[in-house]
Design a protein around this ligand. Structure first.
Ligand code: NAP
Length: 382
């Protein structure tokens, strides 16, 4: 099977190199921007790929929503299988792309878009065929995990670990999608769609780590707790879905605390399988390219879809999920939270709340921030 590649950056170069050595897979043209087609294997004309009957599949590793969406649609229309590593694209247009791929009878797989090298969506798509999955989630963003781990290990300040993550190439020049939790949210949207055939597009909540301080970390460590950014989703018996991202505090010994540096931990719970945990590299040239090649091999073996048939948009409802929260805010805002325990040094209040709805907690924090009030919160694992 011959695959063309759209985008020749970190992942694209890895896919190009790995395809040259992969048994049963060949590399076709590589699509680049005009002016960058400086070798015979590169082209800036998409039509050359669309009209080449020897190209069976296209790997989209450009990133972003447009023009990736237009290009991927054109490839599917032309009867090419598509493999993508682009979570922004699949979260925004998964429904349309899935429908088009089914109509054309071609494959559309995207396991590299969630968990990098970890065969998370791949395994999940297989698991739903024989088990009822009730929850999915995990540590799905390596950049923030690297930052949290470094803050905990070295006592560093947030700005220093962010700079370090950028120097090491883990964080983008604009790290906002990572640190705000949006990147992890897009990944959990894909996991929901694979697990339940419902792509949540409304009602989603995400809280990142932007307001975490070295003092907060010292405070958790004093209590033997470790902070991680968790994506969580579950479905009730009557089909109600919740999906959100938020910092969580774990006691020593919890599996999440063993996830170091920029690693990911993806998990799902099946009624019959129980907990399944998968740990590995969630990003990087070759780890991500390895997931792309796994998808190509899957297509070669006959797999066509990762989403179940009948995929539909859904609304998440996080009002009924309750968590106890660690909250740090200013004294004048303390009355907004149902604290069960409180430590008060007169200016800053730190405490643990009674169980609060996830929706209410996220909404209260965003209201406080609009009023210029600082707040950090993290759920406690119960
Ligand atoms: N890097 C990772 O570890 C990783 C892990 C999992 C998933 N992903 C996903 O994989 C995708 C690619 O990531 P990456 O890290 O490889 O990004 P990257 O290094 O920025 O590479 C993207 C490449 O696509 C090219 N490109 C973008 N728009 C284009 C256009 N309109 N026409 C032609 N070429 C275009 C870029 O060219 P220019 O340089 O000329 O802009 C660049 O060469 C993203 O969706 C990302 O979220 C990445």
């Amino acid at each position: 099977m011959k695959a063309a590649i759209l985008g020749f950056g970190t992942v694209g170069v890895g896919v190009y190199e790995m395809l040259q050595a992969a048994p049963g897979l060949d590399v076709g043209l590589v699509f680049v921007r005009p002016g960058k087609d400086d070798a015979p294997f590169k082209t800036s004309e998409l039509d050359r790929i669309l009209s080449d009957p020897t190209i069976d599949a296209v790997v989209e590793v450009m990133g972003g929503v447009e023009p990736a969406y237009s290009y991927v649609s054109a490839c599917l229309m032309a009867g090419k299988h598509v493999v993508s590593s682009n979570k922004a694209l699949v979260a925004a247009h998964g429904l349309e792309l899935e429908a088009l791929a089914r109509e054309k009878g071609v494959g559309f797989l995207f396991s590299a878009a969630c968990g990098g090298a970890i065969p998370f969506l791949h395994n999940l798509a297989l698991a739903v065929e024989s088990d009822r999955i009730v929850s999915v989630g995990g540590i799905l963003n390596g950049t923030t995990n690297f930052m949290l781990d470094a803050m905990q290990t070295d006592g560093s300040q947030y700005a220093d670990v962010l700079r370090q993550a950028q120097q090491l190439g883990y964080a983008e020049a604009d790290p906002s999608a990572d640190v705000s939790g949006l990147d992890a949210l897009r990944k959990i949207m894909l996991a929901c769609a694979v697990a339940w055939g419902k792509l949540p597009v409304e009602g989603l909540l995400h809280e990142g780590i932007e307001s975490l301080t070295a003092e907060d970390v010292a405070h958790f460590m004093g209590k033997g707790l470790v902070c991680r950014l968790l994506a969580s989703a579950s479905i009730s018996e009557n089909g109600k879905l919740c999906a959100f991202v938020q910092p969580m505090l774990f006691p020593a010994g919890a599996p999440e605390t063993s996830v170091k540096k920029n690693f990911n931990l993806a998990k799902y719970h099946g009624v019959n399988s129980g907990d399944i945990l998968l740990m590995g590299q969630g990003a990087g040239r070759y780890p991500t390219a390895s997931a792309v090649l796994r998808d190509l091999s899957d297509i070669r073996s006959g797999r066509r879809a990762m989403f179940p048939a009948g995929l539909a948009a859904a609304c998440a409802d996080n009002a009924e999920v309750l968590c106890r929260y660690y909250v740090r805010t200013e004294r004048k805002a303390a009355a907004l939270f149902p604290f069960a325990e409180i430590e008060d040094d007169n200016v800053v209040v730190r405490g643990v709340t009674k169980p609060v709805s996830v929706k209410l907690m996220h909404e209260t924090a965003s209201r406080l921030r609009k009023d210029g009030m600082p707040i950090f919160f993290a759920a406690l694992e119960d």
